[in-house]
Design a protein around this ligand. Structure first.
Ligand SMILES: [Fe+2]
Ligand SMILES: [Fe+2]
Length: 335
């Protein structure tokens, strides 16, 4: 069994001997060199290591956005748990949605090693000051969407996240290893659901096609804007936080997905999609970046609903947090 990502330990309470000799005693110039050299040789930066403020801030932004996406991402599919067509489908969907909650937890924990609490991050999300992936601002309108989200959305997430297992920040990379294993289960369950529906009635096949038509372009947008319009990308790559550009990952996703669509028997809604023998890759059309920008501005179909639901769930859970805190305090008093 995979080890649970290491528990968070605020830097203040880090035992002295945990810091390397070099880090504990070196002058600021040497600390910078140590950081650069560690990143350059592809090794990991750990919470005890000195890091530039901008590196820390970039990580907090990225990991928080990722954590928020996992948690908000429970909503579109969670909406279908009570209406699953069979006990088997309900059990699968419940397990999948619970996994996403767990992913959020690993990632908030990874972020806490950078000195920001989960409470602060949640407050920033609810205040609209931190983002989550735009894909979750689209609704899940039919049970086929449960399959399509697994196949395309979790599939795109895998393409984005597998390289992050080698990211330069240790706690983030270790969280991603476990997350990726679970994401591949998510992708397969989605594909299997669609395959089952495609073997069903004409109505079911039409339901799958309609769902794929709606999710194809938003899935391509999950990789972010073209590299040329993604100003933070280059620096994140230089720091080893990101390992590949947005366009490269988008291409990888398309190349992986087109044969799967063929096996499934669905068409993808892109007239420009065709095999390019010279490049040994698929050519494909440009997503509508104005739609992407609008959803990012909060004008997607479900932005307001998603945040309102998250705020309500947070309020409803206050008694659980208070009870856990009181229990921990009582336990500490007994020691
Ligand atoms: Fe996830
Ligand atoms: Fe997932």
């Amino acid at each position: 069994m995979e080890a649970v990502p290491e528990k968070t330990m605020p830097e203040k309470t880090m035992p002295r001997e945990a810091a390397s000799e070099e880090t504990a005693t070196a002058a600021p110039g040497d600390l910078g060199e140590h950081f650069e050299a560690t990143v350059a040789r592809g090794a990991r930066i750990e919470p005890r290591d000195w890091m530039p403020d901008a590196y820390r801030a970039t990580l907090v932004r990225q990991i928080a956005q990722h954590a928020h996406s996992e948690v908000i991402g429970m909503q579109p599919e969670g909406n279908w748990i009570t209406r699953a067509p069979s006990l088997r489908r309900k059990a699968i969907l419940l397990a999948k949605v619970q996994d996403e909650a767990g992913h959020g937890l690993y990632l908030y924990s990874a972020c806490e090693t950078l000195g920001v609490s989960r409470e602060e991050l949640t407050a920033l999300l609810l205040a609209g000051r931190q983002k989550y992936s735009s894909i979750f601002n689209y609704p899940a309108l039919s049970y086929a969407d449960v399959g399509t989200i697994g196949w395309l959305v979790d599939g795109a997430a895998i393409c984005n996240q597998v390289p992050l297992c080698r990211t330069s920040y240790g706690p983030y990379g270790r969280a991603m290893i476990r997350i990726c294993k679970e994401e591949s289960f998510h992708q397969r369950q989605g594909y299997e659901l669609l395959m089952t529906m495609m073997r069903g009635t004409g109505e079911q096949r039409a339901m799958v096609q309609e769902s794929v038509d709606r999710f194809w372009w938003p899935s391509l947008m999950m990789f972010g804007p073209p590299d040329a319009d993604s100003p933070n990308s280059a620096r994140s790559m230089a720091w080893g936080i990101k390992r590949n550009g947005n366009d490269e990952l988008r291409q990888r996703f398309v190349d992986m997905t087109v044969p799967q669509a063929e096996a499934l028997g669905v068409s993808l809604p892109d007239p420009d999609l065709r095999w390019n023998a010279e490049r040994e890759s698929y050519d494909f059309g440009e997503p509508d970046w104005s739609e992407f920008a609008a959803v990012l501005r909060g004008e997607g179909p479900c932005n307001a609903q998603r945040l309102a639901h998250r705020a309500r769930a947070h309020e409803d859970g206050a008694w659980v947090r208070n009870a856990a805190l009181a229990f921990a305090k009582a336990g500490a008093a007994h020691e």
